[in-house]
Ligand binder design. Structure first.
Ligand code: GLP
Length: 241
């Protein structure tokens, strides 16, 4: 894994956006895997700013989001559909029918997971996957103990993730208990991975990722087996690692 150190969150976001822009500009068609959470918001803001200034085209880009809560309608401000529209999709010329996010309101959730995985395959897999890191090592919503072989599936969120994400909701009771997520297997099939890590609260997780064992109890550890991973981390996250 390659590690890029940045002095702060803003620099991390600019470098990430520039890597994404580089891949978009150098391909005739590209499939991006996208992440939500607090970490990539400024990265999307830089992509939006670039679009305003340079009109970089997204007509040849398809996107697959990592995950979505089960039970939240798209118009709920805490749904990842809403997040993606707000921070990214509404800001660039990405055709809506080329953006994919799991449907957490599907009648048949198992069928939704299979159809999502099938759709990724039809796009020849993910070229560049953007990832954030959960404090407990989760990537997407793959919680500790998830099999490394799993593809898109339904998960019960751990108490630690529910607590971490409660900051976005009115109260912790409103945080959904389940989600659909691309699996570790799906993520590992991406051709290139960009992991963003920012802030003191991610310090221990980053340390464990870099120095720890590869273990299903710490899902991100599998990234050590991928041949094309770049971690972009700011000073606060890197401190003491
Ligand atoms: C969330 C998301 C992940 C995200 C991670 C870190 O639960 N499902 O995709 O990467 O946790 O979130 P944050 O960037 O807000 O710290």
């Amino acid at each position: 894994m390659k590690l890029i150190r940045t002095t702060n969150h803003l620099e991390m976001s600019k470098i990430a956006a520039n890597i994404i822009l580089d891949r978009i500009k150098s391909s005739s068609h590209i499939t991006l895997g996208l992440a939500t959470g607090g970490t990539p918001i400024q990265t999307y803001a830089h992509l939006a700013q670039d679009y305003q200034e340079n009109q970089t085209s997204y007509q040849h880009v398809s996107t697959f989001n990592l995950d979505e809560y089960i039970g939240l309608p798209e118009e709920d401000p805490n749904s990842y559909h809403y997040y993606m529209y707000k921070h990214f999709f509404s800001k660039v010329n990405l055709p809506q029918d080329q953006t994919f996010i799991p449907n957490g309101l599907a009648q048949d959730l198992e069928a939704e997971c299979q159809a999502y995985e099938e759709m990724i395959k039809q796009h020849n897999g993910i070229d560049l996957q953007l990832l954030g890191l959960g404090k407990n090592g989760h990537i997407g919503f793959n919680e500790p103990g998830t099999s490394f072989d799993q593809h898109t599936h339904i998960v019960s969120l751990t108490q630690s993730t529910i607590q971490a994400n409660a900051r976005f909701f009115d109260s912790i009771e409103h945080v959904p208990r389940h989600s659909i997520t691309m699996g570790i297997g799906s993520i590992m099939e991406s051709k290139e991975i960009l992991l963003l890590v920012s802030g003191k609260e991610k310090n221990q997780a980053l340390n464990k990722l870099i120095h720890g064992q590869i273990d299903e109890q710490f899902p991100a550890s599998i990234l050590n087996r991928h041949e094309n991973v770049t971690i972009i981390a700011d000073e606060d996250a890197i401190m003491d690692t």
